[in-house]
Design a protein around this ligand. Sequence first.
Ligand code: 0OW
Length: 326
Amino acid sequence: MEEQLPQHLIDLRRQLNKYSYEYYVEDNPSVPDSEYDRLMNELIAIETDHPEWITPDSPTQRVGGEPLKAFTKVTHDVPMLSLGDVFSEEELLDFDRRVRQAVGDEVAYVCELKIDGLAVSLTYEQGKFVLGATRGNGTIGEDITNNLKTVRTLPLVLPEPIDIEVRGEAYMPKKSFEKLNEERSQNDEPLFANPRNAAAGSLRQLDPKISAKRRLSVFLYSSGQFDREKIKTHYGLLEAIRELGLPVNPESRRCRTMQEVFDYIREFTEKRDALPYGIDGIVVKVDSMDQQRQLGNTVKSPRWMIAYKFPAEEVVSTLEAIEISV
Ligand SMILES: NC(=O)c1c(N)nc(OC2CCCC2)nc1O[C@@H]1CCC[C@@H]1O
């Protein structure tokens, strides 16, 4: 991308990408917003004089596009399925028994945190981000490409010019949610009930400039086309997605026994409140892709994965609290 650009422009773009990552991903900017804006304006001025120097991965391409009148619909060629839920270790053992009955006793799982956000699909063509869509009803979603372009953890261009569709969960980190509700409360605007609603509301903004301010993020957990010869396990797929510079949750872990699955659930039940993003359970997936294919899918969800949901948080109402305290 950069070979034919003047060095000053390359340096300017790299500097802006670095500052943007510090601000939006590390939440630890090394320069004031005014310095970032000054450099961005300088880049916009240069690109206005030399439109031939604009490339898809220029920082100016993140917050592009005028506000939409409405979202266009997107059809998912491969439906975006949902997850079956269970609420106890007993039901997890039932899932494990069903899996072993179908594929035999050599089974390994991958445990993933169930990110409390909304499912999205991202399409890259020749390595360029060209389409982002909500899950919608699983078959028809909404085109939110311009809004997903504002997500700083999503690369606009991959290191390889490949065609790939990846899927994951868009979410709003807890700190961004608290800051957003603080701003809304100061402006007498209605507050978002939780980070999931805030993420949904922010991604379905018709004006991408508003989405850009909401500091959304994404963790990816599956992909459509991938090289079936090279990648034979779900864990291998996650590593391949991560190697493309796409964000994958770092806590995903291969579990060889149900005891390891229970240990993982216990570990993240304890760690849940300290995580910088909301989770509402643990997803347990059969690791082997051959075994996934043997198990197949129901109309609604794959038979080779299950979501263990945490018990609903204890929301003690004020009245109850008063009764307890009396
Ligand atoms: N929320 C999540 O963290 C999550 C996950 N880690 N893994 C999956 O796997 C998909 C793949 C096919 C069906 C479910 N789904 C997730 O969230 C689902 C997607 C649709 C409804 C839930 O948000």
